[in-house]
Design a binder for this molecule. Structure first.
Ligand code: GDP
Ligand code: GDP
Length: 457
């Protein structure tokens, strides 16, 4: 599992600037889905040594009536609970503040690793002035500039030095078209904002007694998942403990509950996004859907509490319309209606998850792929770019979960988003993907035949 690093510190010290700098390389991927905007409080940092998830706790807005200090403390508590490493950021220009001492006191008492960085030290010459931060008792200090990059590499070196070595992420399936695949466990995330009915759905799905959840503090995160079987298939319900705990201890921070859901979505094959039919589609719901779309997970939307809309056809119609808009980047996602409380519709959930997973794990015959690529190209010629026609050579599937197709192109950067989307839609239709995403990778191949290299003897 990918380790998690949380940035804490009082407002204005530069947390989001640092967050943006460190997660920048990832942004390009996000741009593939224009319109799936969400504030980036959660992102991934990739480097040769590995990856970690970075959280900007400053992005968790406190409730309006909460005062400044308790808000910062609530953010720190969230970080202490969730993160593997805490990155404490202070402001070298503003100097030490009383709040910094408070935060330092709290961090000194934790048994999690803490790295302290003094920000806005825009170059070597400012380090001496920021030396007063040694008084916090959290040495060694890093002096960095989030805005300009000074010291940031050294900071990353230390972070990677401390983080536990990462287990190989189970992302895409290894692909060998000939191989018969063993049955694999379907990883399902029940995601959604607090109060949509996630715990009720867990109960309805697996039955109260069969869910064995360890409440012991410090249990590893893997132990919070619930394995179960249904109809001869094996499932893993991700972060069941998180779902239940959330119900008991309502977090003080609005987005904290959603944040746990986002992490669960990262680890799943199929995300079930629960929406409260009584409340309609909210920003938090969009964030969960966006996470599934960006990470190319299977997605099922469950309009829960459907019982509340019984006999209200207008409200039903409006909700479905809003949802259609919310799903414009994932129109393939099946939508079901449920009442976790009354048990209605719940029986459709796992069969729908299966249907999505079957496609998510689908192998597409190469010959068929290429015939359809040809048809698609004939139907809608690739546009001219700077007087030259784009050339698409051949397609092959390179991975499952999700089905991932590579097409060799003479000039992949020149392929416009809309043409890319056209190809994805054509391929999806051609190979019979109706409820799963398909990932398309355009790779460069020059049009000229490269001569085989002469062997030197
Ligand atoms: P946050 O509230 O902790 O997320 O802080 P922000 O990232 O929003 O930054 C607050 C202000 O500090 C902004 O005006 C930034 O441009 C500025 N800032 C952030 N990092 C640096 C830095 O390394 N050097 C300087 N000089 N300014 C910075
Ligand atoms: P969670 O925070 O997402 O885990 O939500 P809970 O399962 O704790 O449910 C929050 C509240 O919504 C509880 O009072 C539930 O009884 C109620 N609830 C859950 N599912 C339904 C439903 O399908 N219909 C109605 N009317 N209420 C529901």
């Amino acid at each position: 599992m990918i380790p998690m690093v949380a940035i804490v510190g009082r407002p204005n010290v530069g947390k989001s600037t640092l967050f943006n700098r460190l997660t920048k390389s990832r942004q390009a991927l996000v741009d593939d889905f224009p319109g799936v905007t969400r504030d980036r409080l959660y992102g991934r940092v990739d480097r040769d040594e590995g990856s970690f998830t970075l959280v900007d706790t400053g992005g968790f807005d406190p409730p309006e009536d909460m005062e400044f200090a308790p808000a910062v403390h609530a953010q720190i508590e969230l970080a202490l609970e969730e993160a593997d490493l805490i990155l404490f950021l202070a402001d070298g220009r503003a100097g030490i503040s009383p709040m910094d001492y408070e935060v330092a006191d709290k961090l000194r008492k934790t048994n999690k690793p803490v790295i302290t960085a003094v920000n806005k030290v825009d170059g070597y010459e400012h380090e001496a002035a920021a030396g007063e931060f040694h008084a916090l008792g959290l040495d060694p200090l890093h002096f960095i500039s989030s805005a300009h990059g000074y010291g940031v590499n050294g900071l990353l070196d230390e972070i990677f030095g401390i983080l536990p070595p990462m287990a190989e992420p189970e992302e895409q399936g290894e692909f060998d078209p000939e191989a018969e695949e063993a049955e694999i466990t379907i990883r399902v995330a029940l995601a959604g904002r607090p109060n949509v009915g996630k715990s009720s759905m867990v109960n309805a799905l697996v039955g109260g007694n069969r869910v064995v959840v360890s409440d012991v503090a410090g249990t590893t995160r893997d132990a919070v998942d619930t394995p179960f079987s249904f109809g001869g298939k094996e499932y893993l319900l991700i972060d069941t403990a998180g779902i239940r705990r959330q119900g008991k201890v309502k977090s003080k921070l609005e987005k904290a509950g959603v944040f746990r859901s986002l992490r669960a979505v990262d680890r799943c094959h199929v995300a079930v996004c629960l929406i409260d039919a009584g409340e309609g589609v909210t920003d938090s719901d969009l964030r969960v859907i966006g996470q599934a779309v960006e990470n190319q997970r299977g997605l099922v939307v469950a309009l829960n509490k459907w019982d509340l809309l019984k006999g209200k056809p207008e409200a039903q119609k409006k909700l479905k319309k809003d949802l259609e808009y919310a799903l414009r980047f994932a129109p393939w996602a099946p939508v079901i209606t449920t009442s976790a409380l009354k048990g209605q519709g719940v029986k459709n959930l796992l069969p729908t998850v299966n249907q999505v997973f079957n496609e998510y794990n689908k192998r597409l015959p190469t010959g068929q792929l290429n015939r359809y690529l040809e048809d698609a190209l004939a139907k809608h010629q690739p546009p001219m770019v700077k007087g030259r026609r784009l050339k698409f050579y051949y397609a092959s599937q390179v991975a499952v979960r999700p089905p991932t197709v590579v097409i060799m192109v003479n000039n992949p950067e020149r392929v416009h988003f809309s043409y890319r989307r056209f190809l994805i839609n054509e391929l999806r239709g051609a190979v019979g993907l109706t409820v799963s995403p398909l990932k398309l990778i355009l790779k460069e191949r020059s049009g000229r035949r490269t001569k085989p290299k002469k062997r030197r003897s």
